[in-house]
Design a protein around this ligand. Structure first.
Ligand code: PGA
Length: 250
């Protein structure tokens, strides 16, 4: 019922030439994949070059961020419309690195989600607790607030364009993955939130991805969980071989 998504977040890695090369390898190796959607998110400067490499393949392009305005005096920012123009189908909103390093608030992230959807793009809303929040029993509260505020004003119909990524901050880039059970529990909780905020149909159809040290050796166990609908992959998405194995989860 929910087609899985495997998404690669390349973060601040790779030149244009390196990005094109990786995209070309993925395009060749993954040309016949149909069991899941594949998304890659290079840096802004590589977007249109990568778009050329993945034309007419199952691989879709995403941006790692956007600014929630169409045009205007916003020096240094890039709008969803321009990202769409560059070939993007999705925008990652509210990644924990941006929440932490750039102090992005739930409200600002919500504006990005809305701007992405209004531009006709999908939004991948990232949520997740820090280690301290988990250890002090604030995890459910944090996930609730991030979900509710991140989706404020998003209608039931617009939820078809939303993907949630649960990324426990303590598992990102650390090599520590949430256990299958920990991830499944969080995902089931988030699905329950969607039911409360919207309805059973939205809860049943919204894809919830897990992110945080997803690797070839742990993806199968995570993907076997009933509420895990895919992965948002950082480090392991930079190596063709690893990402291809993750896309071919069993
Ligand atoms: P990681 O990053 O796979 O390197 O932990 C995941 C992410 O930040 O999306």
């Amino acid at each position: 019922m929910r087609k899985p998504i495997i998404a690669g977040n390349w973060k601040l890695h790779k030149t244009l030439a390196e990005s094109r090369q990786l995209a070309a390898t993925l395009a060749k190796e993954l040309s016949s994949v149909d069991h899941c959607e594949i998304i890659i998110a290079p840096v802004y400067t590589a977007l249109s070059g990568v778009a050329e490499e993945i034309t007419d393949t199952p691989i879709q392009l995403a941006a790692q961020n956007c600014y929630p305005a169409e045009t205007g005096a916003f020096t240094g920012e890039v709008s969803p419309l321009l990202l769409k123009d560059a070939g993007c189908r999705f925008i990652i909103c509210g990644h924990s690195e941006r929440r932490q390093l750039l102090s992005e608030s739930n409200q600002f992230i919500n504006h990005k989600v809305a701007a992405s959807v209004n531009a006709g793009l999908g939004a991948i809303l990232c949520i997740g607790e820090t280690l301290q929040e988990r250890e002090t029993d604030q995890m459910l509260e944090v996930l609730t607030t991030q979900t509710r505020e991140g989706l404020a004003g998003i209608t039931t119909e617009q939820m078809a364009s939303i993907v949630i990524a649960y990324e426990p901050v303590w598992a990102i880039g650390t090599g520590v993955t949430a256990s299958d059970q920990q991830a499944q529990e969080a995902h089931a909780f988030i699905r329950g939130l969607l039911q409360g905020l919207y309805n059973q149909d939205v809860a049943n159809t919204t894809r919830i991805l897990y992110g945080g040290s997803v690797k070839p050796n742990n993806v199968d166990g995570l993907m076997a969980q009933s509420d895990i609908d895919g992965a948002l992959v950082g480090g392991a998405s930079l190596k063709a071989e690893d990402f291809i194995r993750i896309v071919r989860f069993e």
